[in-house]
Design a protein around this ligand. Structure first.
Ligand code: ACO
Length: 322
């Protein structure tokens, strides 16, 4: 079965925060942030919700694919920053775009969320249950960032990316994936969202902001991702040299450079946009995918590795014949 990416789209939040802007309220510098993370600026919400950004990205992906929302059978939104506990983001997007026929649900695997949503979609398409899908990664992380913490406040941005995919008959699969989780290391990157509060029990008031052990996250990403990609390629008898592009979760430039180095592959095969948009968690990969497709870097016939890693800890990689 071939899972064909028919269209891509993305939407960034309207606000723009440069590193110099951050120095107005945080003890940091443009030089420090660029050197440690590669990030120059990031977009933040001026009131747009995760569902707003997801909807715009979805509409652009459908337009790119010349597809009709009425024909969509499955919508998955990957996110860890929805404003609303209910209804889920995917149902909000379904309603906003008029995809009345689709089943819709969310998936949260943090920065690996879009990858896991694409893996889930592939499995549905391969089984024949659905023929097409809209897969979205969307975040407004700025609301869960502690803007007084310079360890996390410099990293993240808000945006959404979407792909519209269709199943095509073909003997060989064009998509293979590996996905893993390591819950025992969950405390390395966490965000308490809601307190337990009922007539019998009240939690102590929690911070409700992202808390991160940056060094551990760095070690985790650089320690697991090269081996994960190599295992995926080896299982599927693919040579590393056959890969045209590696589209990685845009956590930060130093992580991506270290992964490329460990794989022994030049940075020219690792396009990045983290410099301009920061780390957008589950929106990172689909926004980069859209940019690469629109710029002509990503072309039909290429073999492309996607890899995500993040809170959970969750991680994985897939390879697609684009
Ligand atoms: N500006 C200036 N100084 C800073 C800043 C800042 N923004 N942040 C920390 N410092 C200081 C620290 O206080 C410390 O000072 P000290 O030596 O006087 O104590 C010094 O800089 C070094 O701090 P470290 O925390 O050791 O800095 P490190 O080199 O580890 O870089 C960073 C921090 C960039 C977060 C790094 O650990 C990293 O890249 N980690 C990966 C985290 C990540 O990408 N997370 C993304 C979310 S998860 C995901 O997407 C997979």
């Amino acid at each position: 079965m071939k899972m064909e990416i028919m269209g891509t789209g993305s939407e960034l939040a309207k606000g723009l925060l440069t590193n110099d802007d951050l120095t107005q309220f945080m003890e940091t510098s443009d030089e420090w942030i660029r050197e440690r993370t590669g990030i120059e600026k990031r977009h933040v919400s001026l009131g747009e919700s995760v569902a707003d950004l997801a909807t715009e990205a979805a509409l652009k992906a459908l337009e790119d694919a010349k597809a009709d929302a009425k024909d969509i059978e499955l919508i998955i939104v990957a996110s860890c920053s929805a404003e609303d506990a209910l209804p889920c983001l995917a149902c909000q997007v379904q309603s906003n775009i008029g995809a009345d026929k689709a089943v819709a649900f969310d998936l949260n695997a943090a920065c690996a969320g879009f990858l896991f949503a694409l893996n889930t979609t592939f499995t549905y398409l391969k089984s024949g249950i659905y023929k097409n899908a809209l897969v979205i990664g969307a975040e407004v992380l700025s609301k869960i960032i502690d803007w007084t913490d310079r360890g996390t406040g410099i990293l993240f941005g808000d945006g959404a990316g979407a792909v519209y995919v269709e199943a095509k008959m073909q003997d060989e699969d064009n998509y293979r994936f590996l996905q893993r989780a390591c819950g025992a290391k969950g405390s390395v990157l966490s965000c308490v969202n809601r307190d337990i509060n009922n007539p019998l029990y009240k939690s102590e008031v929690s911070k409700k902001k992202v808390v991160m052990d940056g060094k551990e996250v760095f070690r985790f990403a650089v320690g697991t991702i090269p081996a994960c990609i190599e295992e995926l390629l080896s299982i599927n008898n693919i040579d590393k040299e056959e890969i045209d592009l590696f589209l990685l979760h845009q956590a930060n430039k130093r992580i991506i450079t270290s992964i490329a180095k460990k794989l022994g592959t030049g940075m020219e095969k690792f396009p990045t946009n983290v410099e301009k948009v920061g780390n957008m968690s589950s929106a990172s990969i689909p926004v980069l995918l859209d940019e690469c497709k629109k710029s002509g870097l990503l072309k039909k016939g290429q073999k492309v590795v996607l890899s995500g890693f993040g809170a959970g800890l969750t991680y994985g990689a897939s390879v697609i014949d684009f």
